[in-house]
Design a protein around this ligand. Sequence first.
Ligand code: G3H
Length: 241
Amino acid sequence: MRKKVLAGNWKMFKTQAESEMFLKGFLPTLEETPEAREIILCVPFTDLNVLSRNLHGSRVQLGAQNVHWAENGAYTGEISGEMLTEIGVRYVIIGHSERRQFFGETDETVNLRLRAAQKYGLTPILCVGETKQQRDAGEAEALISMQLKKDLVDVDQSNLIIAYEPIWAIGTGDTCETKEANYIIGMIRNQLTNQNVPIQYGGSVKPNNIDEIMAQPEIDGVLVGGASLEADSFARIVNYQ
Ligand SMILES: O=C[C@H](O)COP(=O)(O)O
């Protein structure tokens, strides 16, 4: 049985004070959440310490949104695997479309970051997905296949999560049709050597569509942006039916 993994990606939102407020509302809602569900919060670097302290003893795991491939060095603005694990980070998002679009991330740097994350004992959440233009041109499957082929060179598939995030569905309220997301995720799984890799869907996941998304047989979880910022809505998502 593949693990169900429900992750929030706070992107560049929330001060430390706001993070503490969120946890006060969110943590008590987990009392009846089935144990088998892995719950992760991937937060800005400045919030990691606050969460690390407040999540101690809770079932929520801590995630970051980037990691550099070098052990240390003159890489202004970057962060190392050791710096993350030292404060209790277990997961890291790599290759998010916003990193690829705005910060020059390529499949080659994604691959370097994936391997570095694993070397330092982190579990990477690799994001792949197509633009609207690529989808309309019928290129989605080929594009995703190519991303996987390049990104996963020498990556250990026993310590990996993949998130399928169609770029046109991110932050737009325009969710990918659930059967279509299920189909693409099945296609991604066919390309993997390890059939136990959890594969998430991401893109406008909300309290009102989570039950339908999680009912799809290939979808093992979700990577949630906007709806993970409010305690109530993220609580409804992790407590899906
Ligand atoms: O990492 C999360 C995704 O980019 C989805 O964001 P969203 O839920 O705000 O559409």
